[in-house]
Design a protein around this ligand. Structure first.
Ligand SMILES: *[C@@H]1O[C@H](CO)[C@@H](O)[C@H](O)[C@H]1NC(C)=O
Length: 173
């Protein structure tokens, strides 16, 4: 005896419906690295320049563009793992501290992350050694459709350099 057609259709639908599986759960990745910036005006090795607003990063309206090196460690000769490419716009100094809107790509160039990138956007408040938390709004390569956040913290560096310690907390597939 053949089963009625509507039962066959129902069975087909049941077996083709997406089922939750562990492969669908996002992967959580934590990256720890250091951003090295050289911003001395006129230095051919500079990785950051002023694009608007003169050379005072604390002036409202200042815009800085950078192509900074990401390294495994805080030492200047530590192994490079990528670049931070983007800009900061000084959007407020009303509260007695400098507030930036920052948009940048973290572009990875080593190991299994080579060719993958993260898009980061958000607010950075320059106030002593305060940490800044910014959103990961997307990514490419193994970080396609990534979400998450980065936390950065300034470390002591020579006058024409900026050294930031970064932790990136990434959810991706
Ligand atoms: C990263 O990938 C590029 C392009 O495929 C390749 O030329 C380069 O050698 C790779 N770098 C490392 C460190 O693997």
């Amino acid at each position: 005896m053949t089963p009625p057609l509507h039962l066959l259709l129902l069975l087909l639908l049941l077996f083709s419906a997406p089922r939750p599986s562990t492969a669908q759960l996002p992967t959580a990745t934590h990256l720890h690295f250091f951003l090295h910036e050289i911003f001395s005006v006129g230095d051919p090795g500079a990785t950051a320049v002023s694009a608007a607003g003169g050379n005072d990063p604390s002036a409202f309206g200042f815009v800085g563009v950078y192509d900074d090196v990401l390294r495994e460690g805080p030492e200047v000769d530590s192994a490079p793992i990528g670049r931070a490419q983007g800009f900061n716009a000084e959007v407020s100094s009303l509260a007695g501290h400098v507030e930036f809107l920052t948009i940048f790509s973290l572009v990875f160039t080593s190991g299994e992350l080579n060719g993958s990138s993260l898009a980061v956007a958000g607010r950075s408040v320059v106030e002593g050694a305060a940490t800044s938390e910014r959103s990961i709004v997307g990514g490419t390569g193994i970080f396609q459709s990534a979400k998450g956040y980065v936390v950065s913290r300034p470390l002591t560096a020579p006058a024409t350099r900026l050294l930031l310690e970064f932790d990136a907390y990434i959810l991706h597939h």
